[in-house]
Design a protein around this ligand. Structure first.
Ligand SMILES: [Zn+2]
Length: 201
């Protein structure tokens, strides 16, 4: 079927590459950041993508960060990249009235609205993954065939980019106690990458 080809060559938003590159630049300097970026994606610091990118390139950059720097530093970099992506979405993609209103709503309702928005925009971050969402507090967001950790093996969940993005949005839109965490990860051998996002602990 036609749609199969589209799915196997999945594309995702450019923020994984952009925000990871900027985080690496700020932590390690432009030369090291450029080397890692260009080797894994063919983009450069001055030539960052503006449009949707092949998910294999985003995956290659995440993998390069992990393989070069090891688990603790790589997880930290990817979490910051995710938080920066959340900041980008809040600045450019999420209407200001929604940002004022959501924290004022009852938390269960705000979580439902946020989950619906995440589902609606999943094409920008899920790529060829299969997304499942489960309402509640916390809500659950599950990615089967996660594009970012594909091909990696780890002893703990490593999709910190997503956890960082969801966590930043939860804090801004649900209140300061908003949080998100990855509780299962395909890199660890779990059946899917599963994220919980809640309004408070
Ligand atoms: Zn994962």
């Amino acid at each position: 079927m036609k749609s199969t080809a589209a799915l196997t060559t999945g594309r995702i938003g450019p923020n994984v590459i952009i925000q990871t590159a900027l985080t690496l630049r700020d932590r390690l300097g432009p030369d090291i950041a450029t080397r890692l970026l260009t080797r894994s994606t063919s983009y450069g610091l001055l030539d960052l993508p503006q449009e949707m990118v092949e998910e294999t390139k985003a995956n290659a950059l995440v993998r390069a960060v992990h393989e070069t720097y090891g688990l603790p530093f790589a997880r930290d970099v990817m979490a910051e990249s995710g938080r920066r992506t959340g900041d980008y979405l809040l600045a450019h993609r999420i209407p200001k009235p929604a940002q004022w209103l959501l924290p004022l709503l009852p938390r269960a309702m705000a979580l439902r609205v946020l989950l619906a928005a995440i589902s609606k925009h999943s094409w920008t971050f899920a790529g060829s993954a299969q997304l499942t969402v489960t309402p509640g507090d916390p809500v659950e967001i599950s990615l089967c065939h996660c594009p970012l950790c594909a091909g990696q093996r780890a002893s703990e969940p490593i999709c910190d980019f997503y956890a960082g993005t969801f966590g930043r949005l939860a804090q801004a839109l649900l209140g300061p106690d908003g949080w998100a965490e990855e509780v299962a990860c395909e890199a660890r051998g779990d059946a899917a990458c599963r994220f919980l996002m809640g309004s408070g602990r």
